[in-house]
Write a protein of this length. Structure first.
Length: 218
């Protein structure tokens, strides 16, 4: 490991002992820093990696210990509808809470920006309302820095005028530091609204859409 105590110099051991005590006082509550060549020969070796996280040895490799960062809850509290059928749109977000390391792009509120990379659990939900009696479908999917995430689309349909349904899905996404995430949607008929139910006498208002994000692995 990189932490090295002071070496004895000369025949007088007293100054060295004092330096050693001072050294132990400074470093006793700190993790040694991982350096190239350190090996995970035994399970349970805890060191500080220069990427900014502690790592612990397990099964012959060092694994990152996740700290309390890289999470957010992103909210849409107003209605949104597509202007044109069979066209991709990005949800616009208007609030972000409990956030650490994840922000909304101040120039484009459809973009959720990630300070650090890793694997993230992403839980999406939306409230939908039908505005006509015709059959209609809506699709949702994630887009990362302009690229659609393959095999990730969620589709549902409505056909009763005034019908309201709730949809949700949880997925794991690999996102690189500096990339942004968008929640995309498209409809077969513009008479579908992503809607935010209002406050009632007995219940608070609901969000039109919610995206909860938690980083669990580098």
């Amino acid at each position: 490991m990189s932490a090295t105590p002071p070496a004895p110099l000369g025949p007088d051991w007293k100054p060295w002992g004092e330096r050693l005590v001072n050294y132990m006082t400074r470093v006793r509550s700190q993790l040694a820093t991982f350096v190239t060549g350190d090996k995970a020969t035994d399970d349970g070796i805890l060191v500080w990696d220069r990427t900014g996280y502690p790592v612990v040895s397990k099964g012959g490799v060092f694994r990152q210990v996740i700290l309390a960062d890289g999470y957010a809850q992103v909210l849409k509290t107003v209605d949104q509808a597509a202007a044109t059928a069979d066209t991709a749109y990005a949800l616009t977000w208007n609030d972000i809470t409990f956030a650490d390391g994840i922000t909304l792009d101040p120039a484009d509120s459809t973009k959720i920006v990630f300070e650090e990379g890793g694997k993230f659990v992403v839980a999406f939900s939306a409230e939908l309302k039908s505005g006509s009696g015709s059959a209609k479908s809506i699709w949702f999917w994630p887009r990362i820095s302009g690229t659609d995430s393959a095999g990730s689309t969620m589709k549902t349909s409505l056909k009763i005028n005034g019908e309201e349904i709730f949809v949700s899905r949880t997925a794991i996404l690999q996102i690189t530091s500096g990339q942004y995430l968008q929640a995309m949607f498209a409809v077969s008929d513009v008479d579908i609204t992503i809607t935010a139910p209002a406050t009632t006498a007995f219940a608070p208002a609901s969000t039109a859409a919610t995206l909860s994000i938690t980083r669990f692995m580098q």
